[in-house]
Each structure stands twice: as structure tokens, then as C-alpha cells.
Design a protein around this ligand. Structure first.
Ligand code: KG4
Ligand code: ZN
Length: 352
């Protein structure tokens, strides 16, 4: 089964073709991603209107390239999947409408994919992972623990109550005058700095719940920076290192707690933690997660970074997993700006 996947929910215009074998394994035949970073850089963040217009300009040739790279004519596809939410609504509309036009012209099934489900199922494409497993999704828009029990069967164990982790990285970068995206810039600076210089707070960490909060930490960083302004390059590096240590501490402590719960609830299986989202690229957080999973006797799976950040392959794959269960969308399916992974309409329609 070969599917085209279209992703346009944020600032990447992406299309890919993925093959799903009858035994459930997958293979990426093409994966084309065009980042809009340079278009948004002058504004210090993603401008939704600009993003939507840029998707309109580029999606057609990105789809054509995905088809050419894979050597699969669109007519040979078994279905077309597109992100139907959550995300910036203008962009989601561009991708979903394009997919609808293609399925109408080619007479193929349409699959409306939840972007978060794309992230959640990627480890099955890259590592052939079996259900259940625990997902830590840390991106620019989301920070959550999700128990992935099956396709459409998700249980959210905790989320951020304010900023997403990637967003916290981006805001810290912005207030320090670093470029976008902020995460990689902060990580680069952190390597040069002293992580013990500033004692930043670990909000919410004393509470037993598996939620995150990063906005107080961001404020503490801002106040520290204001106090010692004007900042030298050493100050910037020390702030980044101290901030990164604080978030690593938060994420690893919470992940250890989540794994302990997983072990209690699923005694018979090897506990597995999957990390997805752009922040998975952060090496300090990655080595912290390797340490706590090793301590817990758990397995850690981090898909290759280009598949952790937004891409079309994850949408094609989630589409294939859904299509394999007979889950085809109607042509009047609508785009959704908000669409939690654990909502009732995530349940696979087939057989329910
Ligand atoms: O998953 P993603 O590509 O897009 C969505 O938000 O869906 O994630 C992008 C986020 C940005 O906030 C970016 O700053 C962050 O991931 N990020 C990082 C790193 N690389 C990307 N954060 C920390 N360290 C990194 N190396
Ligand atoms: Zn994403």
C-alpha cells in the first residue's frame, strides 16, 4: 500500500510517499520538506498568513517532487493523506484542500490525519515498534506524555499547562537576541556556558502530576537577563546553559515518573519511551533521557531527527495505518485548528 502524505500545519511545506507492507512494516520512498524559516525570520516567529500563502505557492511542486523522487506516479497511489489539524488553520486548509482535489481527480481514498498522530506513530515506521509505548512529544506547539495503545487509541498522561518546551526555547532565544529557530541556537550557546551560574526554577516539579509548566522558567530567565544587562557573550552562554540544565532536569524527572507509572500499569511488556518533536534534537535532553531509561530498564526510541521534526512521511505513514483499518475520510471533512490526540473522534471509525 503506497500513500502520499501532505503536511502544511506550520512552517514546513512537506510531501512524502511511504509504503506499508502487509506485515505492517513501512518504507519511505520519498520525503520532501521545504522549510519557510527564511520567510519568517525577519518577524522573529511564524506569521500564519505568510505561512499559508507560502504553502499555496510551493505545495504543488513539492508534491510533484515527492512523486518523482519515489518513482511513483500519483495515479499509482493507494491513497492520499493530509494533515487535517491541529495547527495554523490557513496552512492546514491549503494541504487538506490540495489533497481533496487530488483524490477527486484521481479517484483515490482520502485520509484526514491528526498531525499529533503522525508524530505518535512515526516510531512504528522507523523502528517497527509494537503497541503499547509511551510517547514524549516535545515540539514548538506541544509538550505531552501520551500512552499509545493502538491506532486511534491514545491516553494523555500529562501536558504543558502554559508554553510548549520548544516554544520556551524559542522565547528564551528571542529575549537573548538569538536567531530562529531558537532551540538549536540556545543549544549551541549552552555548550559554551556554565550551567551552574544561574539557579533557575523547575516549575511544578514538586507536584505529583505528569504535567509541565515552562512559562515561569522563561520569566525567571528574562529577569536574570534584565538584571545583568547589557549581556556579554559569556552571560548569554551561561544563561543558555543554566536554562537548558533546568529544562533537562524537568523533562528527565517527569519522564522517569511516567516510566514508573508505565511499569506499574503494563507489567508484562518491556517499557518503551519514544521521543518525538523538534526538541528531540536536543543532545543534552537526549543524554538525560538515555540515562533515566537505562536506570529504569526501559527502551528509548528516538527516530532520526528529520522524522522527529515536521515532515510528510509521518503523515503518509499515519494515513497508511488508518487506511489499513479502513478509515477513509469523506470529502467534506473539515480542517481543525484544535484537535487533541485523545479526543473521542480520534477513534478509528472502522469496527467501532
Ligand atoms: O516538531 P517541530 O519541528 O515543529 C513543531 O512545533 O511542530 O519543532 C520545532 C521546535 C522549535 O520550537 C525549535 O526551537 C525546537 O523544536 N528545537 C529545539 C532543537 N531543535 C529544534 N529545541 C531545543 N534544542 C534543539 N536542538
Ligand atoms: Zn509537529
Amino acid at each position: 500500500m503506497r500513500l502520499l502524505g501532505i503536511e502544511t500545519s506550520c512552517d514546513e511545506t512537506a510531501a512524502a510517499i511511504v509504503e506499508r507492507m502487509p506485515d505492517g512494516r513501512g518504507r519511505i520512498l520519498s520525503n520532501v520538506v521545504r522549510s519557510q524559516l527564511e520567510e519568517h525570520a525577519p518577524y522573529g516567529g511564524v506569521v500564519p498568513e505568510l505561512a499559508a500563502r507560502s504553502h499555496v505557492s510551493h505545495l504543488d511542486h513539492i508534491v510533484a517532487r515527492a512523486s518523482a523522487d519515489a518513482g511513483v506516479p500519483l495515479d499509482d497511489l493507494d491513497g492520499i493523506a493530509a494533515t487535517a489539524g491541529p495547527g495554523l488553520i490557513g496552512g492546514v486548509l491549503v494541504g487538506l484542500t490540495t489533497a481533496k482535489a487530488l483524490v477527486a481527480a484521481l479517484d483515490k481514498p482520502l485520509v484526514a490525519v491528526n498531525h499529533l498522530e503522525g508524530h505518535a506513530l512515526t516510531a512504528r515506521l522507523t523502528d517497527g515498534l509494537q503497541f503499547p509505548y509511551l510517547l514524549l512529544l516535545v515540539s514548538g506547539g506541544h509538550s505531552q506524555f501520551v500512552l499509545v495503545r493502538g491506532v486511534g487509541d491514545y491516553e494523555r498522561w500529562g501536558s504543558t499547562i502554559d508554553d510548549a518546551l520548544g516554544e520556551a526555547f524559542d522565547k528564551v532565544a528571542k529575549l537573548l537576541g538569538l536567531g530562529i529557530p531558537g532551540g538549536p541556537e540556545v543549544e549551541r550557546q549552552a555548550r559554551l556556558g556554565d550551567p551552574s551560574r544561574f539557579k533557575f526554577p523547575r516549575p511544578l516539579l514538586k507536584e505529583a502530576r505528569l504535567d509541565f509548566s515552562f512559562s515561569g522558567l522563561k520569566t525567571a530567565v528574562r529577569l536574570a537577563a534584565e538584571q545583568i544587562a547589557p549581556l556579554t557573550s559569556k552571560d548569554v552562554a551561561d544563561i543558555c546553559a543554566s536554562f537548558q540544565l533546568a529544562v533537562t532536569d524537568i523533562v528527565t524527572t517527569r519522564s522517569a515518573q511516567a516510566l514508573a507509572r508505565l511499569k506499574l500499569e503494563q507489567r508484562s511488556i518491556e517499557p518503551t519511551l519514544v521521543v518525538a518533536g523538534g526538541v528531540a534534537a536536543n543532545q543534552a535532553i537526549g543524554s538525560g533521557l538515555r540515562r533515566i531509561t537505562a536506570n529504569a530498564g526501559a527502551r528509548l526510541v528516538v527516530p532520526p531527527i528529520p522524522l522527529c521534526t515536521d515532515n510528510g512521511a509521518m503523515i503518509a505513514w499515519a494515513g497508511a495505518e488508518r487506511l489499513a483499518l479502513g478509515d477513509v475520510a469523506r470529502l467534506d471533512v473539515s480542517a481543525q485548528a484544535r484537535w487533541p490526540l485523545d479526543s473521542a473522534d480520534m477513534a478509528v471509525t472502522h469496527g467501532h
